[in-house]
Design a protein around this ligand. Structure first.
Ligand code: SF4
Ligand code: SF4
Length: 329
């Protein structure tokens, strides 16, 4: 694509190497983003707390959900970070030196209790040992706005409240939002939400004020395990690919990246993830597509339909005028 085309057109879908420049930031710094490596998340929620504290986000009416340790339950107008706790039943590997035998009626020995072994501890003791190794694993992941390359929330906003920053991130300005709510169904991830009090929409700003001061976002700063990494997006993508290779070599073949591909349905996310299972397990859509992708085609169809309607009406007026003239003769 030539520079002339770039400055004169705003892409709604497809590969977009530089969204900040596409939005008119001629001297934009390198695009920044988040790489969230869920394999090292310990579920401490320091990111949620740091986000609330730095951005002065009000409480969101959280009650005890009964869903493991997940009381935040999802992203929202007053929850810009959400740490998901996904509990999964997993087979417990047989202790070293023992062979895991198939059981009558199916199922794994770990799921059905201890197997007595010659010379081993009494079954009750084995049971205690295995009970502490419960056969449940937690997948923990700190979710956030994806700062999409093609951000439908921004494209549909009629007031310019949502805008693309010079860092390539997507920010909503609370003093300009008029509460129309168009952005809410436009987001393919269900991230942005309106506050019930006045209808204004809120979401993560990637701490735009901190970026302007040369600091990293509060959540990344607070994360004790570096599960949330912040930096230039290109560097993060390289780092993430190396981490996946490392995990695969360690036998964790389920490790995969989510949202890092510039050729996906949203042109790649500014906040992408390393997951240990399918995206749906974490509550993420498997193949998100920017909801404004088909707008140009839809407008073209609407224009053709309007032109044919106008043509039909004009033709019928012309025909009736002709008939009237003939009748008057
Ligand atoms: S995830 Fe949703 S709210 Fe965030 S930039 Fe993308 S479309 Fe907008
Ligand atoms: S992402 Fe970091 S700060 Fe957030 S819960 Fe996980 S380990 Fe804690």
């Amino acid at each position: 694509m030539t520079d002339a085309t770039r400055t004169s057109s705003h892409l709604l879908s497809g590969i977009e190497p530089d969204p900040a420049r596409d939005a008119g930031h001629e001297d934009a710094p390198p695009r920044v983003g988040f790489f969230t490596d869920t394999s090292v998340c310990i579920g401490c929620k320091a990111c949620e707390v740091a986000c609330k504290e730095w951005n002065a986000i009000p409480e969101d009416g959280i009650t005890l959900s009964g869903m493991s340790y997940d009381n935040t339950q999802g992203l929202g107008a007053s929850s810009w970070r959400h740490v998901a706790f996904v509990e999964q039943q997993v087979p417990v590997p047989a202790p070293e030196g023992r062979r895991e035998l198939p059981l009558l009626g199916g199922g794994s020995p770990a799921a059905q209790g201890p197997t007595p072994t010659p010379g081993g501890p009494a079954p009750e003791t084995q049971g205690q040992a295995q009970a502490s190794d419960s056969g449940v694993r937690w997948l923990m992941s700190s979710d956030v706005c994806k700062h999409c390359t093609h951000a439908a929330c921004l494209d549909v906003c009629p007031t310019g409240s949502l805008f693309r920053t010079e860092f390539g991130t997507v920010v909503v300005q609370e003093d300009i939002c008029n509460g129309c709510g168009y952005c809410v169904p436009a987001c393919p991830y269900g991230v942005i939400e309106q506050r019930p009090e006045d209808g204004r929409a809120f979401k993560c700003t990637m701490c735009y004020d901190r970026l302007g001061a040369g600091q990293e976002p509060a959540c990344a700063k607070a994360c004790p395990t570096d599960s949330i990494q912040f930096g230039p997006l290109d560097e993060l993508r390289e780092r993430a690919a190396l981490r996946v290779d490392q995990l695969h070599e360690a036998g964790i073949s389920d490790a995969r990246l989510y949202g890092e591909d510039p050729e996906d349905g949203v042109g790649g996310d500014g906040a992408f993830f390393l997951l240990l299972d399918e995206p749906e397990v974490y509550g993420l859509p498997p193949a998100p597509v920017v909801t404004t992708r088909d707008l140009p085609v839809m407008w073209k169809h609407a224009a053709v339909a309007a032109a044919s309607l106008i043509g039909g009406v004009a033709a019928s007026f012309a025909a009736s005028a002709l008939t009237g003239r003939k009748a008057g003769r």
